[in-house]
Design a protein around this ligand. Structure first.
Ligand SMILES: C[C@](O)(CO)[C@H](O)COP(=O)(O)OP(=O)(O)OC[C@H]1O[C@@H](n2ccc(N)nc2=O)[C@H](O)[C@@H]1O
Ligand SMILES: Nc1ncnc2c1ncn2[C@@H]1O[C@H](COP(=O)(O)OP(=O)(O)OP(=O)(O)O)[C@@H](O)[C@H]1O
Length: 284
C-alpha cells in the first residue's frame, strides 16, 4: 500500500537476506571480523517510498519507533549520495517496514541499498554498481551485497562477492522475542574466530555452520529455545548475528508442515528464495 498515493511517489522493494552459513575466518587489525558466508535473497521485503524534491531536503515521513529520522539508514544513504556526487536534488522518504529489526535479516542494510539504487536512477546519476557498493559499505557491512543484487559467496567484512547459484525453495523462519546486538556477539571471548577458509562453493549444509550461533545461544536463552524448538522438527540454523533461525526445503508443503508443528505462540513465517534483487537493473 502506498502511504502517499500520488503519481510523484515511487515504491521500491528492499528484500531481506539469510546467511545460509557464516564462518569467521579471521580478524582485521581494526577489530572487524573477516567472514565467509553465502547470502541468500528472500521475498520478505520492506517497501521504501520515494519522491524527488527540488529543494535538496531529505525528509523521512514516518520514522521507525526507536530510530531517529537522522539515524535511519535510508536518510543516511540519501545524504551520503548527495555528498559524494554534489547532487542538489532531495527526496521524501516513507517506509513500510515488514522485515523484523535486529533479526539478522539485514533489513536496515537493504533499505539503505534500495535508496542508493533508486536514487541513482531518480536523480539521474548513473553511478556504476561498484561505486555504489563502495559507498554502501560505509553504511553497513551488508549493504554492498544488496547492491550487488545476486545470491553470493561473500568474503572480507562483506565487500567481496562471488555470485553463486543457490537451490530454489522455501524457508521457515522463526523469530525469537529478543533483540540480539551484533557488536556483543562479535566481542564475545568464546567466539570461534579461526575457521579454516573454504573456496567459493555451492552451499553444503552438512559441512558448514554459523560460527555466531553458539555465542548468540549462550548469551540469549530465547535464541537457544527457538533453535531447539525448530531443530526438533527440521534442521535449524541461525542467520547473521541472530536472532532469527531458519530451516530450508525445496518443498513448500514440507515448510508448511514445519510451520504447523512449531509450538503455539512461536513467531514464525514462510519466505521463498529470490534469484535476483528486484532493483538489479538500476545499476550496471
Ligand atoms: C554478521 C552479519 O549480519 C552478516 O550478514 C553482518 O556482517 C553484520 O552487519 P551489520 O549488522 O550491518 O553490522 P555493522 O553495523 O556493520 O557492525 C556492527 C558491529 O559488529 C562488529 N562486526 C561487524 C561485522 C564484521 N564483519 N565484524 C565485526 O566485528 C563490529 O563491532 C561492528 O561495530
Ligand atoms: N531503515 C532501518 N531499518 C531497520 N533498522 C534500522 C534502519 N535504520 C537504522 N536502523 C538501526 O539498525 C539496527 C539494525 O537493523 P537491522 O534490522 O538491519 O538488523 P539486522 O537484521 O540484525 O541486520 P544484520 O543482518 O545486518 O545484522 C536497528 O536496530 C536500528 O537501530
Amino acid at each position: 500500500m502506498t502511504p502517499f498515493p500520488s503519481p510523484d511517489w515511487h515504491a521500491f522493494a528492499a528484500p531481506a537476506k539469510l546467511n545460509l552459513f557464516l564462518h569467521i575466518v579471521g580478524r582485521r587489525t581494526d577489530g572487524y571480523h573477516l567472514l565467509q558466508s553465502v547470502f541468500q535473497l528472500i521475498d520478505l521485503a520492506d517497501t521504501v517510498h520515494m519522491r524527488v524534491r527540488a529543494d535538496g531536503a531529505v525528509v523521512h515521513h514516518n520514522p521507525l519507533p526507536g530510530v531517529a529520522a537522522e539515524a535511519d539508514l535510508t536518510v543516511r544513504a540519501a545524504r551520503l549520495l548527495q555528498r559524494e556526487t554534489g547532487c542538489t536534488l532531495g527526496v521524501d522518504l516513507a517506509l513500510d517496514k515488514r522485515v523484523p529489526m535486529g533479526g539478522g535479516l539485514g533489513g536496515g542494510s537493504s533499505d539503505a541499498a534500495t535508496v542508493l539504487l533508486a536514487l541513482n536512477r531518480l536523480w539521474g546519476l548513473a553511478l556504476p554498481r561498484g561505486r555504489l557498493m563502495k559507498l554502501g559499505l560505509a553504511l553497513g557491512a551488508d549493504v554492498p551485497f544488496f547492491i550487488f543484487g545476486r545470491n553470493a559467496f561473500v568474503e572480507g567484512i562483506g565487500e567481496r562477492m562471488t555470485p553463486v547459484d543457490t537451490q530454489s525453495g522455501w524457508f521457515a523462519i522463526v523469530h525469537p522475542p529478543v533483540h540480539v546486538p551484533t557488536p556483543a556477539i562479535f566481542a564475545a571471548p568464546q567466539l570461534q574466530r579461526a575457521t579454516p577458509p573454504i573456496r567459493p562453493t555451492a552451499i553444503d549444509y552438512a559441512t558448514t555452520r554459523n560460527d555466531l550461533e553458539p555465542v548468540a545461544c549462550a548469551l540469549f536463552p530465547q535464541v537457544a529455545a527457538a533453535r531447539d524448538a525448530l531443530a526438533r522438527i527440521a534442521p535449524a540454523r541461525m542467520t547473521g548475528s541472530g536472532a532469527c533461525l531458519f530451516s530450508f526445503s525445496a518443498s513448500q508443503t514440507e515448510i508448511d508442515c514445519v510451520l504447523s508443528r512449531l509450538p503455539d505462540g512461536m513467531a514464525a513465517f514462510k519466505a521463498a528464495t529470490l534469484d535476483q534483487h528486484p532493483l538489479h537493473e538500476f545499476a550496471s
